[in-house]
Ligand binder design. Sequence first.
Ligand SMILES: N=CN[C@@H](CCC(=O)O)C(=O)O
Ligand SMILES: [Zn+2]
Length: 412
Amino acid sequence: MSNAVIINIDKLINVREEYPLLQGGALAQLPVRQNAFLRIRDGRIVATGSMPQWEAADNETVIDAKGGSVLPGWCDSHTHIVFAATREDEFVDKIKGLSYAEIAAKGGGILNSARRLRTTSEDDLLEMAWQRLHKLVHQGTTAIEIKSGYGLTLNDELKMLRVIQRLKQKAPIPVKATFLGAHAIPEEYKNNTEGYINLVIDEMLPAIEKEKLADYVDVFCENGFFSAEQTWRIGQAGLKHGLLPKIHANQLSLSGGVQTGVKLGAVSVDHLETMDEEAIQVLANSNTIGTLLPTAAFFLRMAFQPARQLINAGCAIALASDYNPGSSPSGNMNLVVAMSCIQMKMLPEEAINAATINGAYAMQVQQEVGSITTGKLANLIITKPIPSIAYLPYSFGDNLVEKVIVRGSVWE
Ligand SMILES: N=CN[C@@H](CCC(=O)O)C(=O)O
Ligand SMILES: [Zn+2]
């Protein structure tokens, strides 16, 4: 466990003693300290101060930020990084004019990933997911949620969740596991949706509870996938097995996913490309976080999420990458933040808060990460020198991450 001090920090971003979930107008408040240092003991933040007051201490590594800025590492609360194969062939099909729904109907999409995953070993899946996670940390992600949902049989869902469990043990960053058995109706149950739902409820959930393999339960609430009523039943069953819901809601249609998620007391409802006033108001009047996934909207050429309306209504917004082989084959949170400002008109301050502290809340790790707060893990991004906070999303596509610090050590 490392003892270190980061010196010559131009801007120390998101420094907070109290770190409440940020709703509506509060998202635009991003506390910044100029010309600072930050001290780390046993991998945790123990002090911050003004650079002129800094004094060297024994037995600590000095990390010189050289005028760069420091912010909390990104908290990516929605990913599918355990998968067996990429799907660039579908990407080309889409360029040629096929829709996401058409690709799914011809056996592509999630079912394509399921076919490939079923014939891949747990060790091989772990190796591939670890490579992805390792790269994501280099891009600044220092807490992550990972879903199952490409197995769609009892054994293959358990296999995916065991991979996530092994990632939890291997990775020095907070990792949360979400059971997404209700991601699609598998081929074998094509004409028997109820049979598959029974398998999820009666066999998968008890087995997952027994092995303590998941933190959350998720359902893809969408036309052609799972209805609001089926989402409700699976969410309730998850709750009985100790799993709080996080719901894929309102991606392609007004699915009722937001209302159902809120009624279930979901930690978050995610996607939200397709919202109406009723869904926005229901979310605004709840404790459920709305997690926006702009790179999925971008990749599928869909309208972006109505971030301004959600924030103006008072919602708590988080940003996540949705990293998956079908609809967002990138987990780069720097791009997510930039796209949120460029395409959804979020202010840079709002986007950074949504990708750090609110992302931490969306996977219940806010006591460990998400802000520069004494006692939290020193999971941090050191940027190259930047003239302003707005420069981060403004210079999209440029790599401004100079170093990533995990538990006080530079990520190699
Ligand atoms: N929308 C549902 N699930 C994923 C896509 C998964 C896939 O296409 O493989 C998502 O969040 O976008
Ligand atoms: Zn997803």
